[in-house]
Design a protein around this ligand. Structure first.
Ligand code: BYC
Length: 327
């Protein structure tokens, strides 16, 4: 379908109606847009915002799980958790690189994160209070991330879509290791099962919030769908996640903390109770339990890493000068 009427016309001189129409024709023909292609400024800005926030989420997401590396209950669990946290760091790097192809530097993106201008996923502002939370993050948080990211493998912007293919493969392993941790607890002693249930009670609603506001309140969805950056709306993905996850909870013998969650024969999916959007916006705007800690940790990491960046630049400069002298 030709998605007329949703083009983000900008004041840029090259954004003539002919240019914008030709751009949308490429999108509608499922052509990938590459970094050096001409693109509307709004398309570029939307991608920088989303990919940058996605990268920040991966890196900030290392913190709640990193908190448990020294306290993992066995060597096997520690090794798997270490590898998972390292994978998340790698995802952040692919994503920062994808955003850099759009003309924004990693330093700029980091500055926006540290100043509070750029967001990161609300989910990482909740604390990890027990070992069960590590299982719950893998099962629910990576599960929600996969539901959101599989369609991003078909995003119209080539570098983002390609980065997502590898990310999704790794997230799928993360989801399974999380589910296995929760299964072990759910099949363990009554205290272990209770620990898993308590953790599910705390993480269920924040996991549903990861998909973003209801469609009616989503500022960017219509335009992002027209540009094929997003392929499904926030509510569509949230529904798919609920439908996939409730049978998994039933298999574990755990119950989601939502008395209104029931199978609806007519829609062939589960209904759910109201989401506390006041809590969501409070957390997104910095009022969650862990917001300050997370930003403080990222600022410390950035400041502590200054000497590495300086040394790498000095080394690159030295090589450049030597190469020039040799030519
Ligand atoms: N948290 O118009 P909307 C992971 C913001 S990490 C915070 O619907 P859009 C993992 C939104 O940014 C997975 N903010 O926006 C890592 C916008 O504000 P701005 C992270 C949120 O962009 C470690 C405003 O609300 N995944 O996998 O069309 C361990 C209005 O929203 C949230 C991604 O980042 C939120 N939950 O849709 C384990 C996926 N939701 O920007 C796992 C890529 C909304 O105007 N991102 N906002 O200031 C996306 O798919 C989309 O950006 C979203 C939001 C679906 C999140």
């Amino acid at each position: 379908m030709y998605s007329q009427g949703l083009i983000g016309a900008d004041n840029s001189t090259h954004e003539t109606p002919d240019f914008l129409e030709a751009f949308l024709r490429r999108i509608d023909a499922e052509e990938k847009i590459e970094p050096n292609d001409a693109m509307p400024e709004g398309y570029r800005r939307t991608l920088v915002r989303q990919i940058g926030q996605h990268a920040h989420s991966e890196v900030v997401g290392m913190l709640p799980e990193g908190n448990w590396i020294t306290r993992a209950p066995s060597l096997k669990r520690k090794a798997a958790l270490l590898a998972k946290v390292q994978d998340e760091g790698g995802h952040g790097l692919y994503l920062y690189s994808a955003a850099e192809t759009l003309g924004v530097s990693r330093a700029q993106m980091t500055e926006e994160l540290l100043s509070g201008k750029a967001k990161y996923s609300s989910i990482f502002n909740y604390p990890t209070l027990s070992w069960a939370d590590i299982g719950m993050i893998g099962w629910l948080v990576d599960g929600a991330a996969i539901m959101n990211q599989i369609p991003l493998c078909r995003c119209s912007f080539g570098p983002y879509a390609r980065a997502m293919i590898r990310v999704c493969k790794e997230e799928s392993f993360h989801q399974r290791q999380g589910y296995e941790i929760v299964m072990t607890l759910a099949q363990g002693t009554p205290e272990q099962k209770q620990m898993a249930q308590d953790s599910l009670n705390r993480w269920w609603w924040p996991a549903l919030m990861m998909f973003g506001p209801h469609d009616a309140d989503s500022q960017h969805s219509d335009q992002s769908m027209a540009w094929k950056i997003k392929r499904f709306t926030n509510d569509e993905l949230r529904q798919k996640f609920i439908d996939a996850t409730i049978p998994q909870a039933e298999y574990l013998g755990l119950t989601v903390p939502d008395p209104d969650c029931k199978w609806n024969e007519d829609k062939q999916g589960y209904d759910h109770g109201p989401i506390d959007w006041d809590e969501f916006w409070r957390v997104v705007k910095g009022g969650g339990v862990m917001n300050r800690d997370r930003i403080r940790a990222r600022k410390k990491a950035w400041d502590d890493g200054a000497w590495v960046r300086e040394a790498a630049l000095a080394h690159a400069e030295k090589r450049r000068v030597r190469k020039m002298a040799a030519e």
